[in-house]
Design a binder for this molecule. Structure first.
Ligand SMILES: Cc1ncc(C[n+]2csc(CCOP(=O)(O)OP(=O)(O)O)c2C)c(N)n1
Length: 349
């Protein structure tokens, strides 16, 4: 059997959560979307350079190319809505307003890091910003997002939990359990599948029974199938507004499949050579950052205004880099703080 071909975004089916034909966001929102995407792009490019110069320790997974999804949700969410992300979570932390310096410091294992330099790239959490963690175990956080959503529902707080995950996650049992549970209890949760066509080194299409790994499973849980152009910030923003509104109104969960592509390999040590030049150049031609810049200019935003944003973001990335470099390693006193082990492994008994 030949594997199903991944659909191109323009083949996407539409559901009522699909914002096709909706009006573009207001000018200020569009500038915010561009600014956020630039911050993510500048931050992660710098993180990669710091890795090459030996300053970023441990592994890291970049979301270069996938920025439109995080930026759209970060811009559309209420300040107290919850974010749950995977190990590919730098963009989602920045999208919630976590400042660059603690994120950069965390990647570099410095005392100024978000987790005091002890967690690294895959463990970014800031309860203050309602960034409820980046999770390394595939699928585990969908059920945790349900817990946050259930709590919000019980408290009547109006908060929504948004849970981001990759296409490979749709073949994990926890994905199906979480979708069923959320649908049965009508939880205020939005599940966002960032379908970048690849799992770790495996094309999702080669190991999945359906062509659209998230959307084609939606009807099993009474949900609409929605496939979106995940590289279009306007489309993603409209979809985020619709799904958040649906959750907040008590209508229950949504499952969105956003088609996108990671420009690099799976993790920092992977050059991603298993992908064809043709595929890579197709998706580099759909890079959301320059495409959105061109759209803004074509629609009347002054070059000077855009250039000022670009300068501001570049300066912020430099500042965060220098601040993180200037910070020392975590203090030894922290070694036994925030860990389960008590030194005697009594929890095993
Ligand atoms: C339960 C579990 N199984 C296997 C792994 C190993 N693993 C790490 S990343 C990955 C691929 C995940 O692909 P996808 O969900 O598409 O996310 P992406 O990396 O594309 O963002 C796998 C299998 C894991 N972390 N957790």
């Amino acid at each position: 059997m030949s594997p199903p071909r991944a659909p191109a975004p323009d083949e996407a089916p539409s559901g009522s959560l699909d914002p096709g034909g909706s009006r573009p966001p207001a000018r200020a929102t569009r500038l915010a979307l561009y600014t956020r995407m630039l911050e993510m792009r500048g931050f992660e490019k710098r993180a990669y350079d710091l890795f090459l110069s030996g300053l970023v320790k441990g592994t890291s997974h970049l979301g270069l190319g996938q920025e439109a999804i995080a930026a759209a949700f970060g811009t559309a969410m209420r300040e107290d809505d919850y974010t749950f992300a995977t190990y590919r979570g730098h963009n989602h932390a920045l999208a919630r307003g976590v400042p660059m310096t603690p994120v950069m410091g965390e990647l570099m294992g410095r005392a100024c890091g978000l987790m005091a330099g002890k967690g690294g790239s895959m463990h970014l959490t800031s309860v203050e910003h309602h960034m409820m963690g980046s999770y390394a175990i595939i699928g585990a956080h969908l059920t945790i997002a349900n817990g946050a959503a259930w709590s919000a529902k019980a408290r009547g707080s109006g908060q929504v939990a948004v849970c981001f995950f990759g296409d490979g996650t749709t073949n994990i049992g926890a994905f199906h359990e979480a979708l069923n549970f959320a649908a049965v209890y009508e939880l205020p949760v939005v599940f966002v599948c960032e379908n970048n066509l690849w799992m770790e080194y495996t094309p999702i299409a080669s190991v999945t029974a359906v062509a659209r790994p998230a959307a084609d499973r939606a009807s099993a849980y009474g949900l609409e199938p929605v496939v979106l152009d995940g590289n279009d910030p306007d489309v993603m923003h409209a979809a985020a507004v619709a799904a958040l509104g649906r959750a907040r109104s008590g209508a229950g969960p949504s499952l969105l499949e956003a088609l996108t592509y990671r420009h690099g390999g799976h993790s920092r040590a992977d050059p991603g050579k298993y992908r064809s030049d043709e595929e890579l150049s197709y998706w580099l031609g759909r890079d959301p950052v320059p495409a959105y810049r061109a759209r803004l200019v074509a629609e009347g935003v002054e070059e000077a205004e855009i250039a000022a944003i670009e300068q501001q973001v570049a300066a912020a990335v430099d500042e965060a880099t220098e601040a993180a470099k200037a910070s020392g390693p975590p203090s030894l006193d922290l070694v036994e703080k925030d860990v389960f082990a008590d030194g005697g492994a009594s929890w095993r008994r």
